[in-house]
Design a protein around this ligand. Structure first.
Ligand code: C5P
Length: 217
């Protein structure tokens, strides 16, 4: 149970995913993209026609999530949905169902199971506050709405999805508000977390900072 965890939390499009993956690669650690689990639950519910007010059905989707991660790809049943879960509609649905304590509870054990030797880098909203509260290193990554909208815009365009800066900024603000104001595991810096504002930083600079905090433990 002494397997180290680096918990990296922050708002949508703050660059957590990129930074967390690079840190994991540098250290040879496993990587948990907890947001992907909420996105997979959302996609699975959308496809099965589960209504957004059917809390029981949504929790069941989370509980019976038939997913696996392989070589950077994400599978639902045996379909590669790595691209599909990145669509804005899926992200918005994920953020709506993530307010449900039953859904969060259903995904708890699955998240813990990613903690394997030699270590784990976990990114999300509540890695340091709820899922891995004893993580030896916790980082809260932020960036301005403008910087985040820019990054999300580029990501979407690169992946061939349509995107519009104004809509993206509005979506980001709405998602931030939902993540920060929910009763269950709201987005906030964990106790003892290092704050890192990446608005003016490259991903590699952020990675170096996280690695130097880890080395100094
Ligand atoms: O990080 P990502 O944008 O992929 O996450 C999708 C949604 O899942 C977020 O908007 C957030 O509402 C939710 N989420 C969460 N807790 C996590 C990770 C993601 O509530 N640990």
């Amino acid at each position: 149970a002494n397997i180290p965890v680096i918990a990296i939390d922050g708002p949508t499009a703050s660059g957590k995913g990129t930074v967390a993956q690079k840190v994991a690669r540098q250290l040879g650690f496993h990587y948990l993209d907890s947001g992907a689990l909420y996105r997979l639950t959302a996609l699975s519910a959308i496809r099965r026609g589960i209504a957004m007010n059917d809390e029981h059905g949504l929790a069941k989707s989370a509980e019976h999530l038939n997913c696996h991660f392989d070589g950077g790809h994400i599978f639902l049943a045996n379909e590669d949905v790595s691209q599909a879960i990145r669509a804005e509609e899926v992200g918005n649905t994920a953020s709506k169902i993530a307010v449900l304590a039953t859904v969060r509870h259903a995904l708890y054990g699955l998240q813990l199971s990613f903690r394997k030797a030699p270590g784990l880098v976990a990114d999300g909203r509540d890695m340091g506050t709820v899922i891995f509260p004893h993580a030896p290193l916790k980082v809260f990554l932020t960036a301005s709405v403008e910087a985040r909208a820019q990054r999300r815009y580029k990501q979407l365009i690169d992946k061939g999805f349509p995107a519009n800066m104004e809509d993206l900024s509005k979506d980001l603000r709405e998602r931030d508000a939902r993540d920060m104001n929910r009763a269950s595991a709201p987005l906030k810096p964990a106790e003892g977390a290092y704050l890192l504002d990446t608005s003016e930083m490259t991903a590699d600079e952020a990675v170096r900072q996280v690695l130097s905090w880890y080395a100094a433990l």
